[in-house]
Write a new protein. Structure first.
Lengths: 318, 242
């Protein structure tokens, strides 16, 4: 039964992949650019989900990991003319090192305290990038004129989608294994997991490293897509909340949910743009998020899965 | 015969209160040891110390003659010591079967990723504690207290224990449920399982133990067969006051 479920789900992934690959044939360049942002947001949200949605260690500092990767590749390419082939892997490694830094408080704190400590990490980096060595980081203005990986809307769309797709399917396959079950169990009762003989430190470190690696890949590519990086764009509460809302709205702990959430949220914001310019839009999305959490705490994924009558096969418990 | 588990001179203080005072105990392989005492005597604290859920201020714990005093919880579990909790702690958003699955997991990320769960073994463990296929697919929130205690036992048995620490496994159960759990313990004891059981339900405890230790204010006050300990004057005083 499990195999049939897997085959069906993989067919779903394949269908999604093919559909999205055909997209540039039918939509305008402008719409494609919105999709590019949605793809990046999906990567950030999945990175958050594998750590926070799974293990319950709620990170309010994901922009810290993204920022470390972004600044690493930005500074390497801007100052030293390092090739992207080297600077992006370096950025991923830097993000993973930052992830271990992130992991230290997780050994001692849980819940709200962990969230606040990670938030402090983000704020710290916000300050540091502006005042320490502004020559290197570009200070408040940041760095611009960064090289692009590919140019044009269509190539950028394919790049962002394919990376997002590969990350999505990999994470989804990982959480389907017993590791996913064990990480979920940590969210429910970490001490009880220890008392089944599992080293929760090892399991959490795994989740942190995977999350940091995904944040690193996505952060580095994002910065080169934008061609610039500045502290305000990244270490900002709005950016943090967009990631969180995308993951929660779509359905945390599911990997697929954050993708749905990211697409939904990006297009919601775009749709609202002509009516409510400026940051007033965030008020509307907050409202939508509130209504959804209240009536559908499992997110859009939960609604879709219930509609398709296949909620159970993807939950950790079956 | 060397003891399976030996605690030497354990001492644990919480602020001004010494919960466990220079307490020593041992349990032999295949033995069933009862731990009794009034509320607050330190019984659960002893379990917490044995599992490294609390660190002793002084004293040593040996398992199969190896000092495990500094080993973390999961290492102790891997060696074969597992416990139940007074208030059952199931993984709430997982089915009964998945709860058992977590208990069976090897502590090895590679193996967890490469190999799927052993569904047949999962079911076998579930059936052994009296669950049917219907219960295996249920969530803990849908279970009675008796079922929750059985689930915890199943999760413990999944870890292939050598020594089981049972903390008030009869609390909140009906007479029938107590009977089921007792039968289960007797059956596993016959197969060589060693256990230490804490219970306030002395009547249910009596047939399940080979030896009893009575504790009051963190100290051993009597030790011997069930009837000897129950008859002991200090024990009666501790339970009933003067």
């Amino acid at each position: 039964m499990a195999r049939a479920g897997l085959r069906k789900a993989l067919a779903g992934w394949a269908g999604f992949g093919i559909l999205m690959c055909l997209l540039p044939l039918v939509v305008s360049t402008g719409t494609l650019r919105i999709f590019i942002f949605a793809n990046f947001l999906a990567m950030f949200a999945m990175s958050w989900d594998i750590l926070s949605g799974r293990t319950g260690y709620i990170s309010f500092g994901h922009p810290f990991l993204i920022g470390i990767a972004g600044y690493t590749t930005a500074m390497l390419t801007y100052h030293l003319d390092v090739s992207l082939m080297l600077s992006i892997p370096a950025a991923v490694i830097a993000a993973m090192l930052a992830g271990t830094l992130f992991f230290v408080p997780a050994l001692r704190t849980r819940g709200t305290y962990f969230a606040l400590v990670t938030l402090a990490f983000m704020e710290l980096l916000y300050g540091l990038t502006q005042v320490v060595q502004p020559k290197l980081t570009g200070g408040t203005r940041g760095l611009s004129g960064l090289p692009a990986v590919v140019s044009g809307a269509v190539p950028n769309y394919y790049l962002s989608f394919l990376v997002m797709f590969v990350i999505g399917i990999s994470l989804w396959l990982i959480v389907r294994t017993r590791i996913g079950t064990a990480l979920s169990a940590i969210r429910m009762d970490e001490d009880a997991v220890k008392s089944t003989g599992l080293n929760t430190t090892k399991l959490k470190l795994f989740a942190f490293m995977v999350s940091a690696a995904v944040a690193g890949v996505a952060g580095a590519l994002y910065v080169h897509y934008l061609g610039s990086i500045a502290p305000r764009g990244i270490f900002e509460v709005n950016f943090l909340f967009t990631i969180l809302v995308a993951a929660l709205l779509g359905g945390a702990e599911t990997i697929i949910g954050p993708i749905i959430g990211a697409y939904f949220l990006t297009f919601l914001l775009e749709f609202l743009r002509p009516y409510i310019p400026g940051t007033g839009r965030y008020f509307i999305y907050g409202l939508v998020a509130l209504v959804l959490y209240y009536y559908a705490p499992k997110g859009l994924y939960g609604i879709l899965a219930a509609l398709l009558g296949r909620l159970k096969p993807d939950r950790p418990g079956t | 015969m060397t003891a399976l588990l030996e605690a030497r001179n354990l001492f644990k203080r919480f602020g001004g209160l010494a919960a466990v005072k220079h307490l020593s105990l041992h349990v032999d392989p295949g033995e069933a040891l009862g731990l009794i005492g009034p509320n607050g005597a330190g019984k659960t604290t002893i379990f917490n110390l044995i599992m490294d859920e609390l660190k002793p201020d002084s004293g040593e714990i040996l398992f199969r003659d190896v000092d495990i005093t500094r080993k973390p919880t999961h290492e102790r579990v891997k060696q074969g010591i597992v416990r139940t909790y007074q208030v059952p702690r199931p993984f709430a958003d997982m089915t009964v079967a998945a709860n058992i699955r977590v208990g069976m997991m090897p502590d090895d990320l590679g193996s967890m990723m490469r190999h799927g769960p052993d569904l047949a073994r999962e079911r076998e463990i579930g059936l052994s504690v009296g669950f049917g296929d219907r219960e295996l697919a249920m969530y803990p929130g849908e279970l009675s207290m008796g079922d929750l205690r059985r689930l915890e036992l199943a999760r413990n048995l999944a870890a292939d224990p050598k020594l089981l620490l049972l903390d008030e496994v009869f609390a909140g159960l009906t007479v029938a449920e107590i009977g089921q759990i007792s039968d289960l313990l007797v059956a596993h004891k016959k197969q060589g399982l060693t256990y230490i059981i804490v219970s306030h339900d002395l009547r249910s405890l009596a047939p399940l133990v080979d030896r009893v230790i009575a504790i009051s204010f963190g100290e051993t006050i009597a030790e011997g067969s069930f009837s000897e300990v129950i008859e002991n004057e200090a024990v009666q005083k501790a339970y009933l006051g003067n």
